[in-house]
Design a protein. Structure first.
Length: 255
């Protein structure tokens, strides 16, 4: 399989704390790749370094044969990397549909506000608007968000809000999707649904997925490979069964 993302010797410090300590791993195209580890292990910091929110102190990030280390968030997004946040970042007083349309704005040549407000029939903005709505409707279908479509975010159960955020990331049509604890705060049934949809996103849209998950059991069934982090270092990397049985992983989780 072709390499899509390669992280090499990535280091990030906060004062005296080394949140990422020369971390190295690679993700191939089409994988569901999970990153597990206790709280404070450096998982979210890793995503922030990949996406350009934090500048790493050392090491490199490569995406499709191009080094993207230290690029700004919008530059990373334009290359086809989308993410969700551990703490929801949605517009609560906008509807599901409106939030998903905002995800499309990367692709709007005439700009998101033209797309939303200029509805002159036949104008380029209007044609784009229709195209984007169709794409967003596809995502609503894929994630079963019909009932939430025209409701405000604040009116939705937490599990559904998390799905909308996933949908908004998908609306940018990424080739790589980074999910930071997508199942956090969900009940058992919502978690099962989410795993099913993550599988669908990979299988039907061909999106490569890197998923952070605090709960190790949650990712074992769905992941092609798993990276276990502790104190910013890789303590184990490999196929799910091997990671679950790895003595260092067991110690990190129990100790
Ligand atoms: P995880 O997502 O695995 O729970 P984080 O990546 O959020 O862990 O954090 C890793 C470590 O880095 C923690 O000790 C955290 O307190 C620290 N850290 C993360 N972001 C910052 C920041 N902006 N300033 C200071 N310390 C931070
Ligand atoms: Mg985190």
């Amino acid at each position: 399989m072709a390499e899509l993302l390669a992280v090499s010797d990535l280091t990030r410090r906060f004062g005296g704390l080394t949140a990422l300590d020369e971390l190295t791993f690679r993700v191939d195209e089409g994988m569901i790749y999970s990153i597990i580890g206790p709280n404070g292990a450096g998982k979210s910091t890793l995503f922030n370094c990949i996406c350009g929110i934090y500048r790493p102190d050392g090491g490199t990030v490569r995406f499709r044969d191009e080094e993207i280390t230290g690029r700004r968030p919008h530059q990373v997004a334009r290359r086809g990397i989308a993410r969700t946040f551990q703490n929801l970042e949605l517009f609560r007083h906008m509807t599901t549909m409106e939030n998903l349309m905002l995800g499309r704005h990367l692709h709007m040549r005439s700009g998101v506000w033209n797309g939303i407000t200029m509805l002159h029939r036949g104008s380029r903005a209007a044609r784009e608007e229709i195209e984007h709505r169709e794409q967003v409707e596809e995502i609503i279908d894929l994630l079963g968000l019909h009932a939430a479509r025209d409701r405000y975010i604040w009116q939705l159960p937490y599990g559904t809000q998390k799905l909308v955020e996933l949908g908004r990331a998908l609306a940018t049509r990424p080739s790589l999707l980074l999910l930071d604890e997508p199942a956090a705060g969900m009940n058992f049934e919502e978690r099962q649904d989410l795993l099913f949809w993550i599988g669908d996103i990979r299988d039907e849209l061909g999106v490569t997925i890197v998923m952070i998950e605090h709960n190790m059991q949650m990712v074992m069934g769905i992941s092609d490979r798993v990276l276990a982090l502790d104190f910013g270092r890789a303590i184990a990397e490999g196929e799910p069964a091997a990671i679950a049985a790895h003595p260092e992983v067991v110690r990190a989780y129990l100790g």
